[in-house]
Ligand binder design. Structure first.
Ligand code: GMT
Length: 392
């Protein structure tokens, strides 16, 4: 008979393994912030990935990082990341006594977790897998015929599945034959980190004459339509003295820099690259632009709202679940830069109105406080652990 490692200790704490991408992408940020929040609640958290996650930047006694090292051999054209990741999951699960594995972004983490689970089972260890779906793993990449059967199988064979918005849950049902219940658990904000700070020197450096500061943050992939942020800004700055901060990096950056030269606005637009402490830059921002063609939630918009920055966005995917039209900002059709510019000018042109939008943005962001969201994950963990204990 299998030994089930379900053993919440006497204080109700668990040993959780978190698998994620370590980069600036939203799924890695959510995974890391969730792990840190679980650790704050007393759980022991083990991150398993190929690089230290960017937001995992401080030491904590109950947080561990296990690096998946590349395995190179002359026969291999590609390093077998999935195999080494599965090996590391098995190793950490056995040697650290993990009770649960929570993988973020289905590809390849959910199918690798399934393999790890089967290997552990062969050794008499039962451990449940939670898969969190984040966005393009469902709406773009995962539905490609080359990946779809694997994604569908690994979702259906997870012990718990979460999606970061109702939109994403529906998209998962639309794109795949799903037999598992999907819980919606929203992205969240740690207000201990996302606190408005006085960064007047940043403001002076970016907007020396008191110009308004518009900001776009993304990984500059084509789904973000970052070029629309430049077109919106082109219209706004004709009416309101303003600057645009473009934060992040990615495949479209070079094209965006060419576009900024073409529209003759390079002196007004700053490309800041990847930034760690975005809360400091958001603290001096006046308006956030998120013109994405595809967005399951829009964590970057929520982070802006937490720092009282109203959002003018597209109405793609799950964004309307975060940005309330006419309340925390505005929603426009994808690609409608004229609408986005008009709404941005509407907010920025009246200080009282701007202030109202700022306060509404913060009020809405407080609904996504990590303190409200982490217990939802904990409840799910307990539910799947109990279910597994009952069936073993
Ligand atoms: O496109 C990104 O920003 C990265 C991507 C990811 O999976 O790493 O982000 C997705 O997950 C975030 C966290 O759950 C969501 O807030 C983003 O909306 C989502 N991105 C897309 O759907 C394009």
């Amino acid at each position: 008979m299998d030994t089930i490692s379900f053993a919440l200790n006497e204080k109700g704490f668990m040993k959780v393994g978190i698998v994620c991408y370590p980069t600036f992408g939203g799924s890695g940020v959510v995974a890391t912030e969730l792990g840190l929040s679980l650790a704050d609640s007393g759980h022991e958290v083990h991150f398993i990935t190929y690089e230290r996650p960017v937001r995992l930047d401080t030491f904590r006694g109950n947080v561990f990082y296990h690096e998946v090292l590349p395995f190179k051999y002359s026969l291999f054209k590609y390093t077998p990341y999935e195999t080494t990741l599965a090996g590391k999951m098995v190793d950490v699960a056995i040697n650290e006594g993990l009770e649960l594995l929570h993988v973020h972004y289905a590809i390849p983490h959910a199918s690798v977790a399934y393999l790890a689970k089967q290997i552990l089972k062969s050794k008499g260890i039962s451990i449940p897998i939670i898969t969190t779906l984040h966005g393009t793993d469902i709406t773009l990449v995962g539905k490609d015929p080359a990946l779809k059967p694997v994604v569908e199988f690994s979702i259906n064979n997870s012990d718990g599945v979460t999606a970061v918005s109702h939109f994403l849950k529906e998209a998962t049902h639309k794109n795949f034959e799903i037999t598992k219940e999907i819980d919606v658990i929203y992205n969240f904000i740690d207000f201990n980190k996302f606190k408005k700070s006085d960064k007047d020197h940043f403001k002076k450096a970016i907007a020396p004459n008191g110009e308004k500061i518009l900001v776009h943050i993304s990984n500059f992939r084509s789904v973000k339509r970052a070029e629309d942020a430049l077109y919106v800004f082109e219209k706004v700055q004709k009416q309101i003295p303003s600057k645009l901060m473009m934060i992040g990096d990615g495949p479209e950056r070079a094209n965006l820099e060419v576009l900024c030269r073409d529209i003759g606005l390079c002196d007004e637009i700053r490309f800041l690259g990847k930034q760690g402490a975005i809360e400091e830059l958001l603290s001096v921002s006046d308006l956030f632009l998120l013109p994405s063609s595809n967005e399951s939630f829009g964590l970057a918009a929520l982070e802006a709202m937490a720092l009282e920055v109203p959002v003018v966005s597209s109405n793609a995917g799950g964004i309307p679940e975060v940005n309330e039209d006419g309340v925390t900002g505005y929603l426009c059709d994808i690609g409608d830069v004229a609408c986005m510019a008009e709404k941005a000018i509407h907010i920025l042109s009246d200080p009282n109105r701007h202030e109202k939008f700022r306060k509404n943005a913060l009020r809405q962001a407080l609904n996504f406080d990590v303190k409200k969201i982490t217990p939802q994950y904990e409840a799910l963990y307990e539910r799947v652990l109990l279910k597994m204990a009952a069936t073993v």
